[in-house]
Design a protein around this ligand. Structure first.
Ligand SMILES: C[C@](O)(CO)[C@H](O)COP(=O)(O)OP(=O)(O)OC[C@H]1O[C@@H](n2ccc(N)nc2=O)[C@H](O)[C@@H]1O
Ligand SMILES: Nc1ncnc2c1ncn2[C@@H]1O[C@H](COP(=O)(O)OP(=O)(O)OP(=O)(O)O)[C@@H](O)[C@H]1O
Length: 301
């Protein structure tokens, strides 16, 4: 085999309920993930040593050393099988970097599948998912795609049924936001409000039955009414100007607007595909349309 290309989707969190900070520093979540049709491509080719190259959107912000999540994925898979990670990984980026859409996680999931296929390892699905969880809380979902409820730190997934296509507009914001910094700001705001920030102090997070029903029924208006992100106040506290972006999307006809995950990308749910195109045009050239759900990591023919 000479080269394997895997396509991996971005995600939006249609509900992100954040519980208290655990002793290990992570937060318990009820995280309703939806994969959306914005993709990175990860291509694995034989090489003498591990090499990362990247092209496309935000490419200057993508690390090309062993800290790249795709490199970490290749190293972890090779170690599991006692082989050397002799591979060139080329990442074609279309998912915003540090945008709250799990771009690095998508590349890790893509690299795992691409290397597993290139090296002919046939690693069982559950072992690949365990490797994903070691690489990051969002990586298992990037691998499976579709829609899922993630509990624990977001890595323990239950697939969810989706009864239709949802149409989104995504407005990337320059600069990115650091995920740990956004969780820290969430804790700080909670302490400031006197609510406390630990597992003992914050109510356990739970998925909203109305939101799950809206997904199951493919009901865009009901989904729009139920969208919720507990990290949004923290993202807005760090980036107050995102309020204007959210308001602009709603004024342009979105059913609802929210920050995607840890931000700063803003997500707008549109009533249909034509409305999504109109809203994107009003928001400007940085806005992109995408439909959901999208499949997880997929080897391209
Ligand atoms: C915001 C989300 O994107 C929503 O899906 C995720 O919760 C973040 O997932 P991720 O980027 O894969 O995060 P990880 O690489 O696992 O963790 C990065 C950092 O985010 C914080 N983190 C992440 C997940 C979680 N449940 N609680 C946390 O507090 C921790 O500070 C952690 O050190
Ligand atoms: N393959 C990769 N693509 C992009 N960034 C990467 C990659 N590997 C490592 N990184 C690093 O990870 C940081 C976070 O990038 P990423 O695009 O994964 O953020 P994100 O989409 O906000 O993550 P999430 O939504 O999972 O919290 C970047 O600033 C970059 O330094």
């Amino acid at each position: 085999m000479t080269a394997v290309t895997v396509r991996v989707p971005a995600k939006v969190n249609v509900q992100l309920a954040v519980g208290g900070r655990r002793p290990d520093g992570f937060h318990d979540l009820a995280n309703v993930f939806l994969a959306v049709g914005l993709h990175d491509l990860v291509t694995a080719e034989p090489a003498d040593e591990l090499l990362i190259t990247a092209a496309g959107r935000d490419v200057a912000s993508v690390p090309l050393d062993a800290t790249n999540l795709a490199a970490r994925a290749a190293i972890a898979l090779a170690k599991l099988h006692g082989v050397e990670p002799r591979v060139r990984l080329h990442i074609d980026k279309d998912i915003p970097v540090a945008g709250g859409m799990a771009g690095g996680s998508a590349d890790a999931a893509g690299a795992l599948l691409a290397c597993d296929t290139l090296w002919g390892l046939g690693t069982p699905h559950d072992e690949l998912l365990s490797l994903c969880a070691e690489l990051g809380s969002d990586v298992p979902f990037s691998f499976v795609g579709g829609a899922a409820l993630g509990v624990g730190r977001g890595e323990l997934l239950t697939p969810l049924a989706v009864g239709g296509t949802f149409h989104w507009v995504f407005a990337a914001a320059p600069g990115g936001l650091s995920t740990p910094a956004v969780y820290r700001e969430c804790d700080r705001l909670r302490r400031e409000e006197g609510a406390g920030d630990t597992v003992a102090e914050v109510p356990a997070p739970a998925a909203d039955p109305a939101l799950l029903a809206a997904l199951r029924e493919g009901a865009a208006v009901a989904l729009g009414a139920a969208l919720a992100n507990d990290l949004q106040p923290a993202a807005l506290s760090l980036r107050p100007e995102l309020r204007d972006t959210l308001a602009a999307g709603t004024a342009a006809g979105a059913l609802a607007a929210l920050v995607s995950g840890s931000g700063p990308t803003c997500a707008f749910l549109a009533p249909d595909a034509a409305a999504a195109t109109r809203i994107a045009a009003e928001l400007g050239p940085a806005a992109r349309v995408a439909a959901s759900p999208a499949p997880g990591a997929t080897v391209l023919p």
